[in-house]
Design a protein around this ligand. Structure first.
Ligand code: E4P
Ligand code: PEP
Length: 338
């Protein structure tokens, strides 16, 4: 069961709904988003009476949810969620562009990549200060020094930043610099980390685990939602298959499925899925055509010197075609334009 609070429900209304659940033996998990607050009801719910909950002030609806992921399920709320990150919005119409370097390397490289992102029409800057690398000998990111560079570049460009956090112990530090926290494919089922980011009070970008089913991905989102944050953006970034021609196989059907099963926005990462610059635009077109709420792409001023994932980074000459595609394709598809 999920209690849907009115958009203007007060903290007193929310507390009263929680008390009504716990007083009758249930457990209540409050999940707050920019546009709405939901309360998941768990535990022994046999004695929790939906009609009495429905009558409480500030309660818009009490919904039975059959999916195991209650708060992020489309059943709990049929309207699609719009996630706001500073002035940027993801979901609810025009596709969003998030762009930036795979890794923060230097102030100059990050600023140049951010300017490239802005040229392409991005509303959010991506960039990793903590990099999850296959090899322990590979560049691991600049850590807090990288976060400081990102914050300086945000000041210089006005672009809010989304950056990955790898460890629950780092969540407060990363959250003190970031506008949105990213959970990468490798950590999609790191439950302690999911809980920690859910408590951080920032929107979360949740990438699909490369070996995860769509249901496992939504259950990971549920961990974040149950911990307090409903402002979650799902990101399909390719899965492991037998195919070797691409770095990962972009599961384009997962976008449509996830949007049907969940009210959360779903975006696509054509850079980490294709793994090659020349695939980024075609896969972005596919993402928009299937209805994705946006794309997140790597850009780099000098990919040949990049410390991480250079071959998949877009270069200067790719930016105008990307921007044009994002500006024209949505209306051709009958979607809202950015
Ligand atoms: C990217 O952002 C990841 O850190 C990167 O894709 C990791 O892959 P690799 O370490 O296998 O190169
Ligand atoms: C990234 O976007 O920087 C990243 C590490 O991606 P993924 O987790 O999808 O590999």
């Amino acid at each position: 069961m999920v209690i849907v609070m009115d958009a203007d429900a007060t903290s007193g209304d929310i507390a009263a709904a929680v008390d009504a659940v716990t007083a009758t033996g249930g457990e209540a998990y409050v999940s707050r988003g920019t546009s709405r607050t939901l309360i998941a009801v768990g535990g022994d719910t046999a004695q929790v009476p939906p009609p009495e909950l429905q009558a409480l002030p500030g309660v818009a609806d009490v919904v039975g949810v059959s999916a195991p992921y209650k708060l992020v399920s489309r059943e709990s709320h049929s309207a699609r969620t719009v996630v706001r990150v500073a002035d940027a919005t993801i979901g609810g119409g025009a596709p969003a562009l998030i762009a930036g370097p795979c890794a923060v390397e230097t102030p100059e490289q990050t600023l140049a990549a951010a300017r490239m992102a802005a040229t392409a029409g991005a509303s959010l800057l991506r960039g990793g200060a903590y990099k999850p690398r296959t090899s322990p000998y590979a560049f691991q990111g600049l850590g807090e020094a990288g976060l400081k560079i990102l914050a300086d570049v945000r000041d210089a460009t006005g672009l809010p930043i989304v950056t990955e956090v790898l460890d629950a112990a780092d969540v407060d530090l990363v959250a003190s610099y970031a506008d949105m926290l990213q959970i990468g494919t490798r950590n999609m089922q790191n439950f302690a980390l999911l809980r920690a980011v859910g408590q951080a009070g920032l929107p979360v970008l949740l990438k699909r685990g490369m070996n995860a089913t769509i249901e496992e991905w939504l259950m990971a989102a549920e961990y974040i939602a149950q911990s307090g944050t409903l402002d979650i953006v799902l990101c399909e970034r390719g899965i492991r298959t037998f195919e070797k021609a691409t770095r990962n196989t972009l599961d384009i059907s997962a976008v449509a499925v996830a949007q049907q099963l969940s009210h959360l926005p779903v975006i696509v990462d054509p850079s980490h899925s294709g793994g090659q610059r020349r695939l980024v635009l075609p896969l972005s077109r596919a993402a928009l055509a299937v209805g994705a709420d946006g794309v997140i792409v790597d850009v780099h001023p000098t990919p040949e010197t990049a410390l991480c994932d250079g071959p998949q980074a877009l270069v200067e000459e790719d930016l105008a075609p990307l921007r044009e595609m994002l500006e024209t394709l949505p209306s051709a598809l009958g979607r809202a334009r950015p």
